[in-house]
Write a protein that binds this ligand. Structure first.
Ligand code: AMP
Ligand code: MG
Length: 497
């Protein structure tokens, strides 16, 4: 163990009972190398970027050399996978290295994914491969850049190993940063074992660390449930507004601090389609685009069940209270969704009466097979004629003419009531809420292929830089704004474990 004070570790999760985790060391890897390192994030975490880039830093980031204060553990959790309960999952290929305070004083988890086997590995090999690791890096960092709560990616490390999948693939470790790795499934792990004392310990831990609630306040666990519901309603409405499909919303992939976690088969919509499913294993469309709000409520209900003993000693009373709180989800979600989608239409204070206008725009996109991102992005150019051609899509663009010739267009213009006085404000709202770029599947695949198999990292770096500037004005000739041609289209994504 290196006696180094480069990182000031805290280990608050380790102070919980031993049943919450297993102490475990990352496995030794043949030849670790730095593939990507996130300078902005490193600075935000108050880490020493130039040290992280050096050999000692890479040894630290890959778990090869534990530094003073790091007490790595694998976390126990359970979860419903595609609706079926699995009483024991846990970090099968991941390790919590420790926690560090960021520049704002918030405690963040430093977590390694792909760092080797743990007691929770079941039949898995504890490995991750470079493709999915880079995919998570790209997409999670993009989510952050459009203000969607998410785990972050600090580094992608190659391990020098060949990992056995459908063929041999290069091994990798993702260094992931999160507010928390406590999932609905963490509560389910203890509930399935009737370990009520542990449920209270876990609830108190997460409340103290992550919520602005006082443990001594009245009805604290009801308030806690309400906060969890609000944060998930916020998160999922943001996913929907970005055309994001998570793809594997199992309860073990629902993080209770309201951030997007576990980027497996996730993807963004090109053409809008309510029923879109990308994941190759989601045969029933359980996690389709339009089902995401229903599924999160299902997951939240599973969560509420685990804390029933904390809400009230009388089970019937407890169920009644939990139901009352869960019933609030629909209206909280809807008002979040209307507000965010309203912004995307240039409406600053959208309300219930705008719901139809929003839905009609989605229907127009669905019926006319319009690209989700580019349709929203076109709107600012549709209200300000002079901008078209100069900076935006060409006048003759298909999206532009389809929107302009629709009934929806005149309703929208009427609602906005554009005049000389409010034009600037509306344009600003449109431009800061409608990114010109998303990590489109076909581009992600291409840059990953170049970086991994062709030894060309430039396109990956260029793409990462572009994604980091999502609201930049781009024309529809820019290759990053172009939807895939029929032969480029990626119709399926894979978990890639
Ligand atoms: P995921 O589908 O990535 O959310 O993972 C579901 C469960 O499978 C978690 O408990 C993971 O830790 C575990 N898991 C996934 N891939 C592997 C692997 N290669 N080795 C061991 N465990 C794994
Ligand atoms: Mg998972």
């Amino acid at each position: 163990m290196e006696n180094h004070s480069k990182v000031n570790f805290e280990n608050s999760y380790n102070s919980l009972p031993e049943t919450f985790f297993k102490r475990v060391k990352p496995e030794k890897m043949p030849d670790v190398g730095l593939f990507l390192l996130n300078q902005k994030l490193s600075d935000g975490l108050d880490l020493d970027y130039s040290w992280l880039k050096k050999k000692a830093g890479i040894q630290f980031l890959s778990g090869q050399n534990l530094i003073k204060g790091s007490e790595p553990i694998a976390l126990a959790y359970a979860g419903h996978q595609f609706g079926s309960f699995v009483p024991q999952l846990g970090d099968g290929r991941a390790i919590l290295l420790g926690e560090v305070k960021d520049k704002n004083g918030y405690l963040k988890d430093i977590h390694l994914k792909g760092s080797g086997k743990t007691p929770f590995s079941r039949s898995g090999d504890g490995r991750a491969t470079l493709g999915p690791v880079l995919r998570e890096y790209i997409i999670s960092e993009y989510m952050n850049s459009i203000n969607i709560p998410t785990t972050r990616s600090l580094a992608a490390i190659t391990t020098g190993e060949k990992v056995v999948r459908e063929r041999l693939l290069p091994g990798a470790i993702l260094v992931r940063i999160a507010n928390s790795h406590i999932r609905v499934g963490t509560f389910q792990y203890f509930a399935a074992r009737q370990m009520t004392k542990e449920i209270k310990i876990l609830a108190d831990y997460i409340i103290e660390r992550h919520f602005e609630l006082s443990l001594s306040s009245k009805n604290i666990y009801e308030k806690f449930l309400m906060e969890i519901i609000k944060s998930q309603a916020n998160l999922i409405s943001k996913w929907m507004s970005a055309g994001f499909i998570h793809g594997v919303m199992n309860t073990d992939n629902t993080c209770l601090t309201g951030e997007t976690i576990d980027y497996g088969p996730c993807a963004f919509l090109d053409n809008f389609d309510y029923n879109k499913v990308f994941s190759s294993i989601d045969y029933q469309g359980r996690y389709s685009y339009k089902n995401q709000p229903n599924i999160i409520l299902w997951n939240l209900t599973r969560f509420a069940e685990t804390i029933l003993p904390l809400i009230d000693n009388n089970l019937n009373k407890s169920i009644k209270k939990a139901e009352e709180i869960l019933n609030e989800f629909a209206s909280i979600y809807e008002s979040n969704w209307i507000s965010i989608m309203g912004y995307k239409l240039g409406i600053d204070e959208a309300n219930k009466t705008d719901k139809n206008l929003i839905e009609e725009f989605l229907t127009l996109m669905q019926n006319q097979q319009l690209d989700f991102t580019n349709s929203f992005y076109s709107l600012s150019f549709l209200i300000e004629k002079d901008q078209i051609e100069k900076e935006g899509p060409p006048k003759s663009h298909r999206i532009y003419s389809k929107i302009k010739s629709s009934d929806w267009y005149s309703k929208w213009k009427k609602r906005l009531n554009v005049n000389k006085k409010n034009l600037k404000k509306i344009l600003k709202t449109l431009l800061i809420n409608n990114p010109s770029i998303i990590p489109r599947n076909h581009i992600v695949e291409k840059v990953l292929n170049d970086a991994i198999y062709e030894n060309k990292k430039d396109s990956l770096n260029d793409f990462l830089n572009a994604l980091n500037d999502p609201y930049k004005l781009r024309t529809f000739d820019d290759p990053y704004t172009k939807p895939p041609s029929p032969n480029e289209e990626v119709t399926q994504t894979f978990c890639g474990t």
